[in-house]
Every structure is written in C-alpha cells, then in structure tokens.
Ligand binder design. Structure first.
Ligand code: HEM
Length: 414
C-alpha cells in the first residue's frame, strides 16, 4: 500500500512533528494511509489516517481494546495504557475492555452519568470558570494552561464525583504529575496513580455508608437488572472518568484558545456573536475546534484479534492499531477546506470524540466545559492576545494527546 514513487516518508514523533503534525499526516493519508511504524517506545503499530478507514476501524469489533491481544503483551512491558494502572488494579475500565463486559459497565455508568446531571452542573462550571479568571485577571497576563485550562477540568470533575473541596488540591497535584510526565518517566506517575486509587477506594467506601447526590454515590446506586458495580469497578470507573476527562479538556481549552488567537477573523466573529447573545456559533465553533486541532491526536490502542484487511492493507492478528483522529479530521475526502478553521462549519461529523461503542462518554461535560471556558474568556478578556512567538510554544510530546505545555497571554487587567 506504501506508494513507492512518493517523496520520502516524513519523520514522525520529532519536535517539529509535535509542533505541527498535519503536513506529515497529509503525506500519510495520500501515500501510506495504513502505515506501520515504530513508535518512540519501540513498539511497532499501524497508523490509520484516512477518515473513512478511521471511522471503520473505530467501530470494528475485530479490533479489541484488551491489551492481552497484543502478541508482545505490551502491557507487561509497560508500553501502553495508563502508567501504574496494572499494579493499581484499575484495568477493568471502559477503554480497556470489549463487549459483553464493556456493554454491562457502560450501561451502568450511563445510568449515573446522565446528560441531565451534566446540564444541572452548568452553573457550577460557570462559577469555577469565573473564579479562576478572577484569580489572575488583575495581573494583565497569565499562562492559560497553568492558570486556567489545567485547574478547571480537575476541579469540575472532582466536584461532580463528590471529592470534598479540602481534598481537591491533592487531586490537582496528582493530576499535575500525570500530565507533566505523560509519555515520560513513569515512577512519579505510578505513585500519583496509586495515591489516587487509594483515595478513591476510601471515598467510595465512605459514600457507600453515607451516600449523597454526587456521581460516585450515583455509580454505587446504579443498577441494571439487579446488577451493580463492584467497589473495584466503581473505583476504576471514577478513575477513568478523571483520567479520560482531565487532560482532554485541558487540551480542548488550550488548543481551542490558541486556534482562536491565531485566527483573528474567526475569533472576532465569535466575539460579536456572543455580544449579541447568539450562542449558536459557540456550539458549532467548539465542534470545529475539536476537528481542527482536537485534544486527542490518536484514539487509544486497539489490537487485531484476527488477520484482517483495513484500507487495503493486511494487518496480522495481535498487531496494535492506532487510529489517528487528528489526521482523519483533516481528510479532504471528507471535509471541505480541512485546513481552514470555520467556526460555522456545518456537516462536521468529526471523530474528535471517537466513534462506535467507545464514543466519548463525557462528551456532554466536555462540551459544557469547553463552551463555558471559551465564551467566558472572550467575554471577560476581550483583548486577549498571545504573549509569545508561536514558534517558541512547546507541545507536550505524548502519543495519544495533543496539547500545549504553556500558553502565555496578555490582556487589559480587570
Ligand atoms: C472515550 C475524546 C472529555 C470520559 C473517549 C474517546 C475519545 C474521547 C476520542 C474514545 C477513545 C477510543 O475509542 O479509543 C474526548 C475529548 C474530550 C473528552 C476530545 C474533551 C474535549 C471527556 C470527559 C470525560 C470523558 C470530560 C468524563 C468526565 C470518557 C470515557 C471514555 C471516553 C469514560 C471511554 C468510553 C468507552 O470506552 O466506552 N473520549 N473526551 N471524556 N471518554 Fe472522552
């Protein structure tokens, strides 16, 4: 399938690639749409970059989420998944399992984590957003990742789960450890995961004795045909909600704000719409930001359970497959002018939240947080501008996620 007459394959996983992977993805889509490559960890995997193939792969039941299907037992080598997860016994979470277990757990969690619960949470997200802006707005400058995009999702998900306010700064520290070392040294991350796991197990125990209206109490209460989550399953579920809902949302706010600052015409249009009380462009705009430079660069690992053909390429049983959402969402076969940010884009069935049975469970919360964060920033800091040369901005080098390390900004102090 590799096109022998094409220009040489671009280098992947370099610093330049991290800053702007899109030219390399354009090359892969055109010349090697299902491409076997060595990842920085040394593990070889197939990268799927065309929209049609990506969508098909995400829903293909022959691609398992269970790392046990990887012939080299990648988990055993600590190469994939959440660092420290195995020892911490958090394996039984949604992103690591297939039907029928996945179906059962997803049904149970969906009973507690409902769109209604998220909608009722909207005033609290607005309050958290305003508090964080209050904390830095008198300075006239900020690092929007450290001061805003990072704390907002962690406090939001802690509140939603029912972590008491006095313990939330511990979560902020553990989450900081996880995000700083994502894809890097693992010792600290494993320790942070372990602490979180111990804390969550205790919290679940307390909530069982003394339930409230929070999501953890909801997870404990949820039942389906007489079935409940075990304490371990509830802990793993709370953990995956934190883990899946944290860095992703940091990146939505970070990448989204950055894209707006780099596209002043689009940003002005959104600011005008918001000033006129029109929230329609905010909703389509956040979807477009997810498509244009979304938080999840590649969907989480999948493993072939049998020999199969994808996009004309044979994939052997046991091979790891990475679906590159960022590449699929810029595919010109699917999107008109894919490299242009168009906040009003209609027909925008992007894959930023995945597709199929693992479609993002937290999408309603992510939308709420993303829309609230961006709208409030633009309303309260109307002359927000970048305070760094874009060339000097650094992107975190993880495989799955795509996000900025820092986003220095200036604005008229308020
Ligand atoms: C799954 C993206 C926020 C919880 C996924 C998947 C993607 C995704 C692409 C599928 C991964 C795969 O198939 O390998 C995002 C993005 C977010 C976001 C872009 C923010 C903008 C959240 C939030 C939560 C959450 C806030 C919860 C609080 C989950 C869970 C799954 C998931 C539990 C696993 C679902 C399953 O396997 O059935 N997300 N996510 N996500 N997401 Fe999100």
């Amino acid at each position: 399938m590799h096109d022998k007459n094409a220009s040489p394959a671009p280098a992947l996983f370099t610093w330049e690639f991290a800053a702007d992977p899109y030219p390399a993805y354009a090359w892969l889509r055109e010349h090697a749409p299902v491409h076997r490559t060595a990842l920085p960890s040394g593990v070889e995997a197939w990268l799927v970059t065309r929209y049609a193939d990506a969508r098909q792969a995400l829903a293909d039941q022959r691609l398992s989420k269970n790392p046990g299907h990887h012939s080299e037992s990648a988990h055993g080598k600590g190469k994939v998944g959440i660092p420290g997860e195995r020892s911490a016994n958090l394996m039984t979470h949604l992103l690591n399992i297939d039907p029928p277990d996945h179906t059962r757990l997803r049904r149970l969690v969906s009973k507690a984590f409902t769109p209604r619960r998220v909608a009722e949470f909207a005033p609290r997200v607005q309050e958290l957003t305003d508090q964080l802006i209050d904390d830095f707005c008198a300075k006239g400058e900020a690092d929007l990742i450290h001061d805003f995009a990072f704390p907002l999702p962690i406090y939001a998900i802690c509140d939603l789960l029912g972590v008491p306010p006095e313990d939330q700064d511990d979560f902020r520290d553990w989450a900081g450890m996880m995000i700083r070392h994502g894809g890097g040294p693992r010792g600290g991350v494993a320790r942070a995961v372990k602490k979180m796991r111990t804390y969550l197990a205790e919290l679940i125990h307390r909530k069982r004795e003394n339930p409230g209206e929070d999501l953890i109490s909801g997870l404990i209460r949820a039942s389906d045909h007489g079935e409940h989550l075990t304490e371990n399953e509830a802990a793993a579920m709370a953990f995956i909600l934190l883990f899946a809902g944290f860095e992703t949302t940091v990146n939505l706010i970070g990448n989204g704000t950055y894209a707006l600052l780099r596209n002043p015409g689009q940003r002005e249009r959104l600011q005008r719409a918001l000033a006129e009380g029109d929230e329609g462009l905010l909703a389509t705009g956040v979807e477009e930001l997810l498509r244009y430079d979304g938080p999840v660069e590649m969907a989480t690992w999948r493993f072939a359970t049998q020999d199969l053909t994808l996009g004309g390429q044979r994939i052997a049983e046991g091979d790891p497959v990475l679906v590159v959402l960022a590449a699929a969402d810029r595919d010109p076969e699917r999107f008109t002018e894919p490299d242009t940010l168009d906040l009003a884009r209609s027909d925008n069935q992007h894959l930023g939240y995945g597709h199929g049975i693992h479609y993002c469970l937290g999408a309603p919360l992510a939308r709420l947080e993303g829309q609230t964060a961006l709208a409030t920033l633009l309303r309260r800091l109307p002359d927000l501008r970048l305070a760094a040369d874009p060339e000097e901005l650094r992107w975190r080098g993880g495989l799955i996620m795509r996000g900025l390390r820092t986003l220095p900004v200036e604005f008229t102090a308020c």
